[in-house]
Ligand binder design. Structure first.
Ligand code: DQA
Length: 157
């Protein structure tokens, strides 16, 4: 597990990365781009400053860590989450249930266009309970995910 401490001021957005996303930069750049996770989080920290948000991050290869982070989020003041569940997006009803139960808007992001890849990646277990889904923009999927979170937080309750 790797954590990225809070940076910026404003409503807090938690950025969650699931299994194998710690290996970005070494994984197929044709699907995932050339940036590693530290570089993606640096970009997000800068963008958060422009959007008037704070961000913090967590990458874990363990499903339970993502579930715990989601369920704890609202109670410690997290306003929204951007989540790339990795392959758990296709298989994990535990992450799906945590997204549904967490009480904050969750934007699901994927670097690659999962709909244009192997058939098993077309099934999305978490997406039906996400506030929005962004896929296929490479590292910019995370930027767009943060912008989507900002937009959702600016909407009247
Ligand atoms: C991914 C797509 C998943 O199918 C894959 O298992 C990943 C990364 C993406 O960001 O494109 O690990 O979530």
């Amino acid at each position: 597990m790797k954590t990225y401490p809070r940076t910026g001021q404003g409503p807090l957005v938690l950025v969650l990365h699931g299994p194998n996303l710690g290996a970005l930069g070494r994984r197929d750049p044709g699907h995932y781009g050339a940036l590693d996770l530290d570089q993606i989080m640096d970009r997000l920290a800068k963008l958060a400053g422009e959007l008037g948000l704070a961000v913090e991050g967590l990458q874990s290869d363990a499903e339970g860590d993502l579930v715990e982070a989601l369920l704890a989020a609202a109670g410690r003041g997290v306003a929204a989450a951007v989540c790339n569940p990795g392959a758990l997006a296709h298989t994990s009803y535990a992450v799906r249930d945590a997204v549904e139960a967490c009480g904050i808007p969750v934007v699901e992001v994927h670097l690659s266009n999962v709909h244009a890849r192997e058939r098993w990646r077309h099934h999305l277990a978490v997406a039906p309970v996400a506030a929005a889904v962004i896929a296929g923009m490479g590292p910019a999927s995370y930027d767009l995910g943060l912008r989507a979170a900002a937009d959702l937080l600016a909407r009247p309750a």
